[in-house]
Design a protein around this ligand. Sequence first.
Ligand code: NAP
Length: 354
Amino acid sequence: MKRKVAVLGATGIVGQRFVSLLVNHPWFNLALLTGSERSAGKKYTESVKWVLEKPIPEELEDYVLEPLDVDLILREGIDIAFIALPADVAQQIEVELAKRGIVVVSNASPMRMEPDIPLLLPEVNAEHVEVVEYQRARREWSGYIVKVPNCTTAILTLSLKPLVDDFGVKRVIASSMQALSGAGLTGVPSVVILDNLIPYIEGEEEKVESESLKILGRVLGNEIALNTNIVVSASCHRVMVLEGHTIAVFAELEEKATVEEVTRSMELFASNKIRGLNLPTAPSKPIIVRREVDRPQPRLDRLEGGGMSVVVGRIRADKALGGVKYVVLGHNTIRGAAGTGVLIAELLVAKRLA
Ligand code: NAP
């Protein structure tokens, strides 16, 4: 039976991605879309400033934007709520929804680091869903919250996972070149970013440095313990690319490995953690390695695997840390937000948690 789902913040840049991924989804019935006070009560197709590469799906013609109202969401019998709201708006409503029995899959940053709230990247840490039963019991909620990682963190961590498994990773330096869409629909003014880059994104470096350790951590007792063997140092920058975050990564490995061994490790990375579950949004290859000297590039590579694969290139030996360096690219609103959100919800259904 299809689960009834809602997208809260459906007009934003992440909300639009959710809507486009959910409108004809085999497991989900897109039943409710919300906007702010500005747009509630209006037709979705008339209110949304659609910015995705494909035209707005015609199935959305009859949808009307609803206000952000917990009672309405409950009355509609929603099973899963996807949150694409600004952090301050999300914080209160997602707790209220979880208290009242809804499964919340949230892109908003508050509570991402709480040890009983899974921060999920299904190919990397699907087993972290185990802690939701403890979360419900501890907080006395009939629903629960799971979080989608920060966009840059998701892309970085997916590329690091095979190296962690095959060689061990000690220190990581990550320098990001992040797309404009990462700042939301009204994000960075054109007069600020044209012919320019901004070497600062508020809170981003802290998120990359802390969230990676949680995603690569393990379930200990009823909670998620950070991976304290790894130290991550990040420098994050906004560049004039529409979609697709690119990260230059330098990694110190525990065991010595050649460039060819690292390349093979990434190429052979298979999502064992979700193998056999046949999740519709899972890409057949989560990591694609390109051997050309000038790839990956955002415009050419961001839609690999429907935007769910990350693309790695320029794998080389690194003299400074004594490990490897490479460039990884991922689609920030698909792999870094809505696509991973939908994949998480599929995982919850497959595990009979939703
Ligand atoms: P956005 O484009 O600014 O969209 C925000 C959405 O929230 C819109 O639908 C907006 O509705 C709604 N909203 C704003 N204020 C509201 C209020 N007071 N009450 C009810 N609804 C309200 O932002 P975004 O980039 O999609 O980001 C959404 C969330 O995902 C944020 O928490 C962000 O940090 C996170 N995230 C974003 C990315 C990315 O690549 N952009 C990646 C990962 C995570 P109206 O259109 O009606 O104003």
